[in-house]
Design a protein. Structure first.
Length: 275
C-alpha cells in the first residue's frame, strides 16, 4: 500500500511540473529556448530539461507495470492452477489447569517406634562368711614397742626445686589522669616554695645565665616525688640546682584515676632570673 501511495504522489508531482508553464518552472519550453539561445542545444542542461518529462513518464509507467506484474502474476497463476486459498480459523480453547493437577496421595503415617527396653545391670554381691582361723603371728605388745630404738641415720629425701620468686610489676605511670597531682596548697604555694628554696648558682651569676629549666618527675601513689630529670636545661649549675629543689619537695597530693591513687608523670618549668 505504501508503494502505491508513493507512485501516485510521484506521478502527481510530475504532472504538475509538466503542466506548469510559468517562468519559475525550469522545465518550461519558452524559458529554456530563451536561456539557451545562441548556445549549444545538442547536449548538456538543455537536453536534460527538454527530455525530463518524457523520461519521468517512462520511469513511472515502467514502475507501475513492474508492480502490477509482481502482484498480479501470482494471483493469475493460482487462478489457472485451481488452487483455492483455505482460511484457517483459530479457535481459543479454555484449558482447565485444575484437571492436570495430580491428586495428592495421602501417605500412611509411619509405624510407631517401640522404645528399646532399658537394660539394668545387676551386680552380684559375694556373701562374706566369718571363719574362725588361728592367727599365725600376733601383733606386738606395748612393752615391745617401748623397747624399740629409734634410728640415728638421717635418710636423704628427694630434692624439690623451690618455685621462682614472684616478680612484682612496676605500677603504670600515667601522663593524664582524671585528677592530676597537686602541690600542698596549690600553685601559689608551689611558686613560694621555689622562690625560697632556689639558690642561684654563682657560676650562672658570673656568666649572666638565665632562663627556664624544664623538669619532669613522677608523683607516686603516696605523693612522693621520684626520678627528677632535666628535659631541657640552661647550664651554669642551674640544672643541678633545679634537680636538688625538686628532690627536696614535700609530699604532693597524689593523682587519681577512677578514684584510685596512681603514679603520674609531671612536667614543671623552673625559671632562673637574675636581679
Amino acid at each position: 500500500m505504501e508503494y502505491v501511495i508513493f507512485i501516485v504522489v510521484l506521478v502527481a508531482l510530475s504532472l504538475l511540473m509538466a503542466v506548469d508553464f510559468s517562468w519559475t518552472n525550469v522545465l518550461a519550453t519558452a524559458r529554456n529556448e530563451m536561456v539557451f539561445e545562441d548556445r549549444h542545444q545538442d547536449y548538456g542542461a538543455f537536453v536534460l530539461r527538454r527530455d525530463y518529462v518524457r523520461r519521468l513518464l517512462m520511469a513511472v509507467t515502467g514502475s507501475v507495470l513492474f508492480f502490477g506484474l509482481a502482484v498480479g502474476v501470482p494471483k493469475i497463476v493460482a487462478a489457472f492452477s485451481g488452487e483455492v486459498a483455505v482460511a484457517v480459523e483459530k479457535k481459543i480453547v479454555d484449558v482447565d489447569l485444575d484437571r492436570f493437577e495430580e491428586e495428592k496421595k495421602e501417605e500412611p503415617p509411619p509405624p510407631p517406634v517401640e522404645p528399646e527396653p532399658i537394660k539394668v545391670e545387676s551386680v552380684q554381691f559375694t556373701q562374706l562368711e566369718a571363719v574362725d582361723e588361728p592367727v599365725e603371728e600376733p601383733p606386738p605388745t606395748q612393752e615391745v614397742l617401748t623397747e624399740t630404738n629409734a634410728g640415728t641415720i638421717t635418710q636423704e629425701g628427694e630434692d624439690i626445686e623451690a618455685p621462682p620468686p614472684v616478680v612484682e610489676e612496676e605500677p603504670q605511670i600515667f601522663t593524664i589522669v582524671e585528677e592530676m597531682p597537686s602541690f600542698p596548697g596549690g600553685e601559689t604555694e608551689l611558686f613560694k616554695y621555689l622562690g625560697k628554696a632556689i639558690k642561684y648558682p654563682e657560676l650562672a651569676k658570673d656568666a649572666g645565665i638565665s632562663g627556664v629549666v624544664y623538669m619532669t618527675f613522677v608523683v607516686d601513689e603516696h605523693g612522693k616525688v621520684r626520678d627528677p630529670k632535666v628535659l631541657r636545661g640552661i647550664g651554669g649549675g642551674c640544672d643541678e640546682e633545679a634537680i636538688r629543689v625538686v628532690k627536696s619537695m614535700p609530699a604532693w597530693d597524689p593523682g587519681k584515676q577512677r578514684g584510685k591513687p596512681v603514679r603520674v608523670q609531671y612536667n614543671l618549668p623552673i625559671r632562673f632570673t637574675l636581679r
